[in-house]
Ligand binder design. Structure first.
Ligand code: PLP
Length: 418
């Protein structure tokens, strides 16, 4: 049946793709396969499944990997992976117990002692910590680039580092958090090509948590690996922690092998919760995007707001707008802005909000607000923060699915207190 649905859009397939009711007593919805292990029909079958799992034999066309043990595979995890590939147009996906599990597993699989990774900053705090403090203990060097840089600027950073021969990976987020600065994805893949040699292919890995999987599809712009904190938009209800990595068959096979030994796969319950979330992914992200437009317009015209950082208001003639047109199909629902009056006034504003909740994280159905300088980005020195454009007057919003007028009313009453 799914063959006939080859041209259906992902949102049409999220309720059924990859699930066979006849294997689950006819249940319409995929059950939670809360089991640690699976029974083999025969010893021969068990032997064959292990041969496939350890790559001693190749799968026949159309043959599925036999179920062995939940750390390796589980129906909730596999069906989720199949559905996730549709949004990003990826060959394969691997799901993890968290976004950080996905990112660290990719780092440990593809970076070896002596290698260097080119990291665009600002990056998520956990990612920064991994590259700056943990991987150097394993002999992995890092080179810093800045979100929004031109190819010439990035190449200058690589040349100056003296590590260009060791470069193994480029890692970035676009848009960057919390400034919404865009980096040109096609440019990063040109840089990777330039520093690749016959023995060493430089990989580009993109954390697509902020705009993906709906509004930006990095694999279509030449990058190798796409990563997510599925805790955010993919999960979308602020009730589950999970991560995803997508890419070619060849690369994801390696990622899954490392995952087997790290033991950081998603559990059956997490898989099931995310299957449920995916059914409404497009609805939620579309509503969040529309609400964010109202909020951004309101902020743009507010006397207590100095500056708004939002992808929907980039000047037509700017380099950033050109990148936006190349690789994004919507501004998404993340907005940052500077409050007139600095931290005291920003804090009065934050403390006065009622409907918008003061919490880190993002992408959920409820709107959240936070203060990057003292919260998500507080592990950076004030100089580093300033270099990235993060000041104590900045507030970050993640817009949810509430009635937009209620959001504006709450923001307005909080500005009156600021
Ligand atoms: C939240 C987040 C992460 C980490 O994900 P967890 O699911 O919390 O481990 C990584 N990158 C970005 C951009 C994030 O927002």
């Amino acid at each position: 049946m799914e063959k006939d649905l080859k041209h259906a859009k992902p949102e049409s397939l999220m309720m059924s793709y990859g699930y066979k009711p006849e294997l689950s007593e006819g249940a319409l919805k995929c059950p939670i396969f809360q089991t640690s292990t699976f029974v083999f029909k025969t010893a021969e079958e068990g032997k064959h499944f292990f041969e496939l799992a350890y790559g001693l034999k190749e799968r026949e066309p159309g043959e599925e990997m036999g179920l062995i043990y939940t750390r390796l595979n589980n129906p909730d995890m596999e069906i989720l992976e199949n559905r996730l590939t549709l949004w990003d147009e990826a060959e394969e996906a691997a799901v993890f117990s968290s976004g950080m599990a996905a990112i660290s597993t990719v780092a440990f699989e593809f970076l070896k002692p002596g290698d260097a990774v080119l990291v665009f900053e600002p990056a998520y705090g956990g990612t920064e910590y991994l590259f700056r403090h943990i991987l150097p203990q394993f002999g992995v060097n890092y080179i810093i680039a800045h979100a929004g840089s031109t190819q010439a600027e990035v190449e200058a950073a690589v040349e100056e580092s003296g590590l260009k021969k060791q470069l193994a990976m480029v890692f970035l987020e676009t848009p960057a958090n919390p400034t919404n600065k865009l980096t040109d994805l096609a440019m990063t893949s040109r840089i990777a090509q330039k520093y690749s040699s016959t023995e060493r292919r430089v990989l580009v890995a993109v954390d697509n948590t902020f705009l993906g999987p709906l509004w930006q599809k990095p694999l279509l712009h030449g990058v190798d690996l796409v990563l997510y904190s599925a805790t955010k938009y993919i999960g979308g209800h602020s009730d589950v922690i999970a991560g995803v990595c997508l890419g070619s068959k060849e690369l994801i096979k390696r990622v899954k092998a490392m995952r087997t030994f790290m033991g950081n796969m998603a559990t059956p319950l997490t898989g099931w919760l995310l299957l449920r979330s995916l059914e409404t992914l497009k609805l939620r992200m579309t509503c969040q995007m529309k609400n964010a437009r109202y909020v951004a317009d309101f902020l743009e015209n507010h006397p207590k707001v100095e500056r708004v950082y939002y992808l929907g208001n980039l000047p037509d003639d700017s380099a950033q707008y050109k990148i936006y047109r190349q690789q994004c199909t919507s501004p998404g629902a993340m907005i940052s802005f500077d409050v007139v009056g600095g931290e005291p006034s920003a804090f009065r504003f934050l403390n006065s909000l009622k409907l918008l909740k003061l919490a880190v994280s993002l992408g959920g159905t409820e709107s959240l607000v936070e203060h990057p300088a003292s919260m998500t980005h507080s592990d950076l020195t004030p100089e580093e923060q300033l270099a990235m454009g993060i000041t104590d007057k900045m507030v970050r919003l993640s817009i949810g699915i509430e009635n937009p007028q209620d959001l504006l009313d709450d923001l307005e009453q909080a500005f009156e207190q600021a």
